[in-house]
Design a protein around this ligand. Structure first.
Ligand SMILES: [Zn+2]
Length: 147
């Protein structure tokens, strides 16, 4: 392990000059450099031992393959609903205030056109996806979800 002495010169990143430059160690604690002074612009900053920082981060943060998978899987539900709306060819139920709907049912609304039931909100509302967007509509009593 490197031990540092006061007034030693080290190459350190200067946040002011935005360059790796020679710095002079101006504060040492137990052989560890704490502060360095840029010899170019004469500003001082906290000394960071890059090799040590990189190593400890590697130990603390193992790579997570799940993270990458989660990001890749991210998709807009509306895209999926739109696809399903276009692919499903069962005749839609005519929408009315008391129609009994279940998930993935197709409905036909006088104003909004053909829609896909994407969610049920007990006791009597349904979230329906129409080509122009999802809407919450009043409907008949929702079937209670079986568990
Ligand atoms: Zn500098």
């Amino acid at each position: 392990m490197t031990t540092y002495k006061m007034m030693d010169e080290v190459v350190h990143y200067c946040t002011k000059c935005k360059l790796d430059l020679n710095h002079r160690i101006i504060l040492v604690d137990d052989g560890v450099a704490k502060r360095v002074l840029c010899l170019t612009c004469r500003t001082d900053r906290i000394f960071r031992d890059r090799s040590r920082v990189a190593k400890s981060q590697g130990e603390k943060r193992p790579r997570r393959s799940l993270t990458a998978k989660g990001v890749a899987k991210k998709s807009d539900p509306e895209v999926e609903w739109r696809e399903r709306l276009n692919e499903t060819h069962t005749p839609p139920k005519a929408y009315s205030m008391d129609v009994i709907l279940s998930l993935n049912d197709l409905v036909h609304h006088k104003l909004f056109g053909k829609g896909l039931v994407v969610g049920l909100i007990a006791p009597d509302k349904a979230q329906v996806f129409f080509p122009e967007g999802a809407k919450v509509l009043k409907c008949g009593p929702c079937p209670t979800p079986k568990k």
